[in-house]
Design a protein around this ligand. Sequence first.
Ligand code: SAM
Ligand code: F3S
Length: 441
Amino acid sequence: MTAPRYYLWNIGCQMNQADAERLAEALEARGYAATREPSEAALLLLNTCVVRQSAEDKVLGRLASLRPLACDDGSRQLLVMGCFVDQAGDLEIRYPYVDRFFAPSDIQGVLEHVDAWAGRNGDAVPATARPARVNEMVPISYGCDHRCTYCIVTERRGPQRSRPIAEIVAEAEDLVARGAREITLLGQNVDAYGTDWDQGADPAGRPDLADLLDAVHAVPDLWRIRFLTSHPREMTPRIIEAVARLPKVCPSWELPVQSGDDAVLRRMGRGYTVEHFRELAERIRAATPESGLNTDVIVGFCGETDAEFQSTLDLVRELRFDMVHIAAYSVREGTPAAGWPDDVPPDEKERRRALLEETQTEIATEINAALLGETVTILVEGRQRGRWRGRTRTNRLVFFESDDNWRGKLARVRITWTGPWSMIGDVVTEGEPAGEATPEG
Ligand code: SAM
Ligand code: F3S
């Protein structure tokens, strides 16, 4: 008998990516096999994102295309998880052909539903654990306690819930035992890790991200640790010190600034000033000189003037980020900003987005060009279009050609070509794990 099939469609942030991987693994452990062809599948699963209208449109398109496959008789299940699922809404009425909706990251809920549907009542078919990827993601907290005025995530994902350190470490150990060498610790706001515990207790005695990094650092045979996303308001000197001190922790920072203008930051409800962000960037670069600093920016937020946009452009030029994720502001119903005029016209948003993109491309080109002829150490994740692909500790993407099997190894690569988003090189030798004595670019 052939295995029943599942079709899993995923869109959105790394948290969704991590959830989708977990779900796929759990389904495969129950005897389901993946398919890319929805009509072959007994289980149709959508893991959704609505952070911007463009993502929501893709979800709506996918729902519409799967609708003809929905079965009234329960022989096939169409299940929807993720930020599209508005618990207070009327989704069941609007999409009666969807069998069940699940909150973001409610993998347990999906699995219980699938088990009940399959009549197994939770008795999973024993299966051997799959080998892990070289780089795996582990959620450390769910939800977010911030109320950025443009953001729907906080409403859809609920308040922050941090996972216990022991649970995260156990998961990291299991992944490493299955071959992982790099773990990325994930949360909407990882710098606030632990702040949801014992609200009344002495904050000094409460574990924070620095303690978690220390604990994960102790996992044997783990070579690299990353963490994202940070928040400028909650990044502490203790966290910066831990990253600088712990050799396995990659000095690769994802610190969204969102705007380079104080008035816009106030309207966004971000809770910091440009000067605070600037000082933080300086402190980070002083503590971890060989680091990568990435950020997020929203252009065209409500009321953003030319001068306010110019401040963002100036800050991007001044701080020379390694990467800037740029988004045009998209109104999200249910957020505070949805009640304000969305008064930057679409063409103007696009002009600002393209100008910022062009500026950042020039900067990234220059930063990477400085590495031409240098030798960097990368952790090789796998193959892509006939080449081996890996990343430096600072999260720069490097490709090289070799007939040997480099998967899961550290490679010392001499850079022969650089572009804004990636580099190419020739492999020199194998690298040294953790601590990685040799400097990396
Ligand atoms: N926790 C992070 C932070 O401190 O900013 C970001 C999490 S947010 C879900 C991911 C990114 O989506 C944000 O950095 C922002 O740039 C973008 N984003 C969120 N809401 C948006 C909106 N309404 N329009 C455009 N971009 C948006
Ligand atoms: Fe959204 Fe702001 Fe939290 S961007 S996820 S409310 S930090």
